[in-house]
Design a protein around this ligand. Structure first.
Ligand SMILES: COc1ccc2c(n1)CCN(C(C)=O)[C@H]2C(=O)Nc1ccc(OCc2ccccc2OC)cc1
Length: 246
């Protein structure tokens, strides 16, 4: 059993364990809710919220998910050896991407609904955010990810690779991030080979490019929102959301 392979197995096992331990919700738990939809009255209540109210509402919920991704990152072997600044730089650009990867597990492709506030909601519920293109892209991405039918282990390794990306801007020690990234890449190829799904690798790299454009759209919308509602963005958003995305 070559020494490196044993390490690769340990690396995969620790990333999968960390993924499992840092999920706010278990897939089985939310699958039971898949057909719990909002009533017309509840839908109208969301749609009559003001833009800043709905943005704040979503930012607070998404920040919960981001916190779990920060915990996940801390347990990726090698992440904590990076400098504080590099850890923050990777989380700034990667945490929302991992939230969107994880979110796809709570998406019902049969009625195009996503878990939100305890039930499953269609895109129309987010109308008052005034960023239909972002929501459409989020839903399309979730739908597409469901189509890949990734296992929890594959999602764990893919999420780690999304986070540990040496091409991110403003990294101090790119070489060090590259070494951690390469070990995670080895882990992902290792489990895809074990699952007889080597062909998934290039599809996952394609999805990483989609994630990058989706998250830059999120940042663009957030910049637009912060200019229009500076008070809400600066004093009513969760600090972590501001720290990472604003
Ligand atoms: C890790 O996977 C999940 C899956 C679902 C949820 C969570 N975690 C956390 C807990 N949660 C709760 C409590 O509702 C769910 C949630 O936040 N759902 C949700 C929130 C906002 C949505 O679109 C708006 C939007 C999208 C992208 C960027 C900015 C946005 O708006 C400003 C869509 C769905």
């Amino acid at each position: 059993y070559p020494h490196s392979l044993r390490n690769i197995d340990e690396l995969c096992a620790s990333i999968v364990r960390s993924h499992r331990e840092t999920n706010q919700y278990r897939v089985e738990e939310l699958q039971a809710l898949r057909w719990k939809l909002f009533s017309r009255e509840e839908l109208q209540a969301y749609q009559s919220k003001s833009v800043d109210e709905m943005w704040q509402h979503c930012a607070i919920r998404l920040t919960d998910a981001v916190q779990y991704v920060v915990e996940f990152a801390k347990h990726i072997p090698g992440f904590r050896m990076l400098s504080q600044n590099d850890q923050i730089a990777l989380l700034k650009t990667g945490s929302m991407e991992v939230v969107l990867v994880r979110m796809s597990r709570f998406f019902n492709t049969e009625n195009n609904t996503v878990f939100f506030d305890g039930k499953f909601a269609g895109a129309e519920i987010f109308k008052s955010l005034a960023c239909g293109d972002l929501i459409t892209a989020v839903f399309d991405f979730a739908h597409d990810m469901c189509g890949l039918k990734l296992t929890e282990q594959q999602i764990a390794l893919f999420s780690a690779l999304v986070l540990i990306n040496a091409d991110r801007p403003c990294l101090e020690d790119r070489g060090r991030v590259q070494r951690v990234q390469r070990s995670v890449e080895l882990g992902l190829t290792h489990i895809l080979h074990r699952d007889n799904q080597d062909n998934l690798m290039h599809k996952l790299y394609q999805r990483m490019a989609v994630l990058r454009s989706l998250c830059s759209l999120h940042m663009e919308k957030l910049r637009w929102f912060s200019q229009r509602y500076p008070l809400t963005a600066h004093s009513l958003f969760p600090p972590l959301y501001k720290e990472l995305f604003a």
